[in-house]
Write a protein that binds this ligand. Structure first.
Ligand code: ARG
Length: 437
């Protein structure tokens, strides 16, 4: 196929040759079996981290030069090479998938471009602290985006609530009509649940905002590095105190997945209600055509697929949390290759949560509320029973007794097929006198 960009050859032979290249072949007499190579490689998914990897490497190189471990000129060459590689990956001119992982891909490509000087990039660094750094950088950015998306959903809920300050509907406990509430009150319950979700992500951000670079493989570095300097270049609030902890810690990922799982609990609950409310049985809302789909056989169908999918996708977020807890459970210190299994789960949770938060605000703001049906539903089912008991209690009847009186009234009404408000004065007095008697 020849060359497409500055000497990058895309021929098959070249790809196979590159495939064989590793960062660690010196100690080995045999190459990896091809299937083992495939089994152990992570580039197919960790290539997602190329921007973070390059950002981290540039800061690392600046620190090496500041600490006189490499010269300023060397640093400048390396950084220029890294920036070019970033461009190549962005434009699809260089594919990191042919390598063991994104870190190897970039370093090998750098050496190809700038010669043996590329080999100085990895001074005072291991892939163990490097991969942890990439993940911290990635998740910091994603958490911030998720927090913004949560805020947008809260705004949609609040705006819809404000439109329906006076829309009365049944409130439920045990899925039985309980007491009348307003739609605003109902929607704002989710607003406040999301407020706690936001706080959980903000809190988890603090533990993500800690820099692991400089921990080396596990025991730090014999070079006179300046971790605080690298941290300030990368915008980290803190540096890990302990190097073994730095390379093995995945707590921030567990916390992120827990916060995501709780968020999905809330969103799946909200979606469950949207699904129920849009049934003919409830008939409280109509979801917008642009958020529903039809059936290939039943012409009348209008299905709430978006809400159903959010409810369904909750499962994969919980699953990722379970998978991740299991991956880190009982791992000895410090880095173990098991930890490579964190990335696909993490990326999936991020994509699922962001995708969900992206579609949901419009579903809320564009749904049509059938206010009359909501109001009508409050008229049957004795939703005023508690209030009546409260009224009696306010007149001096002990609440427990008032509860019993109204309970008898309800029982009578059911038999008479009427509502509490239909009771005549005589009927009411009968129940009250019965108490006195
Ligand atoms: N791909 C590896 C991971 O994701 C990078 C670190 C590899 N370290 C090692 N010692 N093999 O965890």
């Amino acid at each position: 196929m020849g060359f497409t960009y500055e000497g990058i050859c895309h021929s098959k032979e070249r790809e196979i040759e590159m495939n064989m290249r590793k960062l660690w072949s010196g100690r080995f007499e045999k190459p990896l079996q091809e299937k083992v190579q495939k089994f152990t490689a992570s580039s197919s998914f960790d290539k997602k981290l190329y921007k973070e990897d390059i950002k981290g490497s540039c800061a690392h190189v600046k620190m090496l030069s500041k600490c006189n471990i490499i010269t300023r000129l060397e640093a400048a060459h390396i950084i220029r090479g890294l920036k070019e590689i970033e461009y190549e990956i962005e434009e699809g001119l260089f594919d990191p998938e042919a390598y063991e992982d994104i870190h190897s891909a970039i370093e090998i490509r750098l050496t190809e471009k700038i010669g043996p000087l590329g080999g100085k990039l990895h001074t005072a660094r291991s892939r163990n602290d490097q991969v942890a750094l990439d993940e911290h950088l990635y998740l910091k950015k994603e958490i911030q985006e998720i927090i913004e998306l949560i805020t947008l959903l809260q705004q949609a809920l609040k705006a819809k609530g404000e439109e329906h300050e006076d829309t009365v509907m049944p409130g439920y406990t045990h899925m039985q009509r309980a007491q009348p509430i307003t739609l605003k009150n109902h929607l704002m319950a989710y607003y406040y649940k999301l407020e706690r979700d936001r706080e959980r992500f903000q809190d988890c951000y603090k533990r993500t905002d800690v820099m692991p670079l400089g921990a080396g493989a596990l025991a730090g570095s014999s070079f006179p590095i300046d971790k605080e300097f690298t941290a300030s270049l990368l915008g980290f609030e803190k540096v890990y105190e302990n190097t073994l902890d730095a390379v093995s810690d995945r707590d921030y990922i567990l916390e992120f997945m827990s916060a995501s799982s709780i968020l999905m609990v809330h969103l799946s609950g909200l979606c469950e209600e949207l699904i129920l409310w849009s049934t003919k049985e409830f008939d409280f809302i109509e979801l917008d055509d642009s958020h529903t789909t039809g059936s290939s056989i039943m012409p009348q169908k209008k299905n709430p697929d978006v809400a159903e999918l959010i409810r369904g996708k909750t499962g994969r977020v919980f699953g990722a949390l379970m998978a991740m807890l299991t991956v880190v459970k009982a791992l000895p210190l410090a880095y173990n290759r098991d930890l490579q299994e964190d990335k696909e789960q993490l990326f999936d949770v991020v994509d699922t949560v962001k995708g969900t938060l992206d579609v949901l605000p419009d579903v809320i703001s564009m749904m049509k509320v059938k206010t009359r049906n909501m109001k009508k539903a409050t008229e049957k089912g004795f939703l005023d029973a508690t209030e009546l008991a409260d009224e009696l209690a306010k007149k001096g009847i002990p609440f427990r007794k008032a509860h019993e009186i109204v309970g008898r009234m309800v029982c009578y009404c059911i038999k008479q097929n009427k509502e509490l408000k239909d009771l005549t004065k005589d009927e009411i007095n009968y129940f009250l006198d019965k108490r006195i008697g």
